[in-house]
Ligand binder design. Structure first.
Ligand SMILES: Cc1cc2nc3c(=O)[nH]c(=O)nc-3n(C[C@H](O)[C@H](O)[C@H](O)COP(=O)(O)OP(=O)(O)OC[C@H]3O[C@@H](n4cnc5c(N)ncnc54)[C@H](O)[C@@H]3O)c2cc1C
Length: 383
């Protein structure tokens, strides 16, 4: 029997789940508080320069998941794109992630891979047997010089605290390469949608059984009007922040324009703590197949998220996880709501993981509907 479902959020989570249910014959309403679809992946052409701007920060699509890759290619033409990031640190420009070029340039050496491994082992602080903090982890594996230049200042600016206060898990595998590969991601599939993410998500939402309402913030009481709700907004927001606010970092993007090519690459990090921003992105380099004289740039500054700011990165330290556990318990008492996506589950999720989880959530709903069983509050445990 056809059901009427509400998707709160027209980002990837709401769009992908909504599309699957619509194709199975259900009636779908998608609402978003914002004036556009696409959620945080939203892209928009700048009227003056024609540059495709990644409005909520740069988004590069990368995945090992063949089903997800096939899925996005159904709705957008993808162009090849390699994310090659540079960093300005202590008065010089280096290549990231730290690779053989970075090491040789930084230490004024001409080391081959095996020599570089031995060289870095000589720098590492082997007295740290079981690294507990981000700082110990970095010192244990790359030593003080590379830590200071490439990890310390950036991390302080990004997280607003000392690396010695952050868990080692943030730096689980130190991204150091003993070759000249400067492709930022390891994944098999990588690319950019030719016409941006918003066009792709609009196409996912383009189905006869889907109705989209923009500029429509909703709250918990709407749930009674629908057979089921998939909620991709902040989990604490659904409950009116009754147990407090989960901590996030937000980002300020200071836009500036330029005639020509400002920095010669899409992303330039700034490792020094004295520079207030973490990176500058030059959006036209995300679409190297296009040609624009004008340029749009974002200086990115990270800070604590206030009640009126956009939540970007969940903090997920001990205090936040404890509050999250209480919200998860409340969510478990809802009868027709499933919490999905980066905000609904309070996790950092790349786009491919978001799509994977949305496909799985959609399938779980179709199975439950067929069997007449209840749909759980979560299809992925947030804790
Ligand atoms: C700075 C930054 C850079 C990133 N870069 C990459 C990258 O390079 N590659 C990558 O794979 N991933 C990247 N990501 C991750 C990517 O943004 C997410 O995977 C994706 O946005 C998750 O989609 P979502 O639908 O779960 O959430 P969102 O995109 O946040 O969508 C949720 C939507 O719900 C709406 N909403 C919330 N509450 C309500 C309400 N009460 N009523 C109505 N509407 C509501 C919001 O307005 C929003 O549009 C990045 C994330 C950040 C923060």
């Amino acid at each position: 029997m056809s059901k009427h479902c509400l998707m709160v959020g027209a980002g990837l989570s709401g769009a992908v789940i909504g599309r699957m249910l619509a194709e199975a014959g259900h009636r779908i309403t998608v609402v978003d508080a914002r004036a556009h679809v696409g959620g945080n992946c939203h892209t928009e052409r700048d009227a003056k320069s024609g540059v495709m701007v990644h409005v909520y920060g740069p988004h590069i699509f990368h995945t090992d998941d063949a089903e997800v890759w096939d899925y996005v290619n159904r709705f957008a033409a993808f162009r090849p794109y390699r994310n090659r990031v540079k960093t300005t640190s202590q008065g010089a420009v280096y290549s990231l992630p730290v690779n053989l070029h970075t090491i040789n340039q930084f230490f004024g050496q001409t080391l081959r891979p095996d020599e570089a491994r031995v060289f870095l082992e000589g720098k590492a602080d082997t007295s740290i047997a079981d690294p507990q903090t981000f700082e110990e982890q970095a010192l244990r594996f790359v030593g003080p010089e590379l830590y200071e230049a490439f990890f310390k200042g950036y991390t302080i600016k990004q997280w607003g605290c000392q690396p010695s206060e952050l868990p080692a898990s943030i730096l689980k595998r130190l991204p150091v390469r003993f070759n000249y590969d400067d492709n930022y991601f390891f994944h098999k599939f990588q690319g950019m949608p030719e016409e941006g993410y918003t066009a792709m998500i609009a196409k996912i939402l383009d189905h006869a059984n889907i109705e989209v309402k923009l500029d429509t913030p909703v709250s918990r009481d709407v749930a009674q009007d629908y057979d089921h709700v998939f909620y991709s907004g902040p989990i604490d927001g659904w409950f009116g922040y009754s147990l407090g606010r989960l901590g996030y970092r937000t980002l300020d993007f200071e836009r500036f324009d330029y005639q020509g090519d400002y920095q010669g690459c899409a992303v330039m990090n700034y490792g020094d703590v004295e520079v207030p921003y973490t990176r500058i992105t030059e959006h036209k380099h995300f679409a190297p197949w296009e040609s624009h004289e004008g340029s749009v740039l974002y200086k990115e500054v990270s800070r604590a998220c206030g009640p009126d700011d956009i939540p970007y990165y969940p903090i997920r330290q001990v205090a936040e996880k404890s509050m999250l556990a209480d919200y998860v318990a409340l969510a478990g008492q809802e009868t027709n709501v499933t919490f999905v996506g980066r905000l609904g589950t309070y996790r950092y999720l790349d786009m491919d993981v978001t799509i994977r989880e949305a496909l799985d959530a959609g399938r779980a709903f179709l199975k439950a509907a067929q069997e007449g069983s209840a749909m759980p509050a979560f299809t992925v445990a947030p804790l």
